[in-house]
Design a protein around this ligand. Structure first.
Ligand code: PLP
Length: 425
């Protein structure tokens, strides 16, 4: 299938443009189901039939938009992408996971002998992808202090193919000023790729802030609460892809659609990291309650951060919603619904962290973030266990630190579980 054009006017035509939260519920009515189903059905079919040989030829050569094979495109997945297009204003493509979305984006834009400028504070698997998986292919990962636009400017050279960072890094909770970093990227002609997993377009409009591409692990908030794995790459339609060396030739044919065309027609198709129709169904349903769930999770995070800050056993709390945390000022300016649903706090040592985790009754000992359930983990001995203590320190991971991802339970119940656990130490 040809890359999807930006969403048609549909729902917005006769009225004022609805808010993103409304579009998350309805999408664009232009794509209504043939039978009037209010939920896009799960199209459990690998292949799709063509009315005649000529249509088949036109479809395979990208001249007729139709479905042929579900690794390339599938109606349920396209429905999810269209809903995301309505919310974000960009051109989305769904993947099997957030990691698949990140990998594909790197493979479209970068190659042997080039580099990515990024932060030391990255989700562990993203850091491992860049440093371990891609290094043997000749791709350099360059670290810069992403909160300092001058440091980013200095790190970029003629071989830099993208600047990459996370809206709020996981788990160091670093917050960069996206508009200022985007201005540096514009000045140097390099696309800014932002992992906006923890905010989604409802919490932070990355395109408006100047990011060329937004990546989301839809596994998190969007899936409806940890139901299934998925990812998204969204072209925010604000970058001139002729400036990206890997897309110069494709730009001649596809103009402003060059990035999404190479992503869909080559890298996504050839890697095979497509989203399953079941996941697309869950993620579309998840969008309908996304803003409500994010608001509750963010409010819980703030309330729990304030509680922990005042507890005598807790040595330190990091949450961008707290005045005492480093990213507070930028978080307040940048984010629409609050400062996110994840916080970290420090106890005396690793042993005390383990004892608290074992004492919890309501809060679950599990990885993942942005679930409906509140989850706790000790990052140094789990997600970041493959890194040495020195390297962990550089990534903002301490043996004394617990990460909490706040769910949507009643605030008092979460606090009471923590209070009982902390008082038992
Ligand atoms: N980006 C961030 C910020 C994450 O936290 C994660 C997973 O935790 C990913 C990407 C990877 O997403 P997935 O697990 O869907 O591959």
């Amino acid at each position: 299938m040809r890359p999807a054009e930006p969403a048609a006017a549909g729902l917005s035509a006769p009225f004022r443009r609805p808010a993103a939260a409304t579009l998350a519920v309805h999408g664009d009515t232009a794509g209504r189901d043939a039978h009037g189903a209010l939920r896009t059905p799960v199209y459990h079919s690998v292949a799709f039939e063509h009315p005649d040989a000529r249509s088949m030829c036109l479809t395979f050569t990208g001249r007729k938009p139709a479905f042929a094979y579900s690794r390339i495109s599938n109606p349920t997945v396209t429905g999810f992408e269209q809903r995301m297009a309505a919310i974000s204003g960009g051109i989305p493509l769904a993947f099997s996971s957030g990691m698949a979305a990140i990998s594909a984006t790197i493979l479209v834009l970068a190659g042997t002998g080039t580099n990515i400028v990024t932060s030391r504070n990255l989700f562990g698997n993203t850091a491992s992808l860049m440093e371990q998986t891609l290094r043997p292919w000749g791709l350099e990962t360059r670290y810069a202090d992403i909160t300092d636009p001058n440091a980013v400017r200095e790190a970029i050279d003629s071989r830099t193919r993208m600047v990459f960072f996370e809206t709020i890094s996981n788990p160091a909770l670093e917050v960069a000023d996206c508009e200022r970093i985007a201005a540096v990227c514009r000045e140097r002609g390099v696309p800014l790729v932002l992992d906006n997993t923890v905010m989604t377009p409802l919490g932070f409009d990355s395109g408006k802030a100047g990011a060329a591409v937004e990546i989301i692990s839809s596994t998190k908030y969007i899936s409806g609460g940890g139901t299934s794995i998925g990812g998204l790459v969204i072209d925010n339609r604000n970058f001139d892809w002729k400036k990206a060396p890997a897309l110069a030739a494709v730009s001649e044919q596809y103009g402003p659609m060059a990035f999404i065309a190479r992503l869909r027609q080559e890298v996504h198709r050839n890697l095979g990291g497509c989203m399953s129709p079941e996941s697309a169904y869950f993620h579309t349903l998840g969008l309908e309650t996304l803003e409500m769930r994010m608001r509750k999770s963010f409010a819980n995070a703030l309330a729990v951060a304030r509680f922990l800050e005042n507890h005598p056993t807790v040595r330190k709390v990091n949450y961008p919603g707290l005045e005492s945390s480093k990213g507070h000022g930028i978080a307040k300016k940048q984010f629409r619904l609050g400062a996110g649903g994840v916080l970290t706090f420090d106890l005396k040592d690793e042993e005390e962290c383990f004892r608290l985790l074992d004492a919890l009754r309501l809060i679950r000992r599990a990885t993942n973030i942005n679930d409906n359930k509140t989850l706790a983990i000790h990052p140094a001995t789990t997600i970041f266990a493959e890194y040495s203590p020195a390297r962990q320190a550089l990534m903002g991971v301490r043996p004394t630190m617990i990460r909490l991802s706040l769910g949507i339970e009643e605030t008092g119940d979460i606090i009471s579980d923590l209070e009982r656990g902390l008082d038992s130490l």
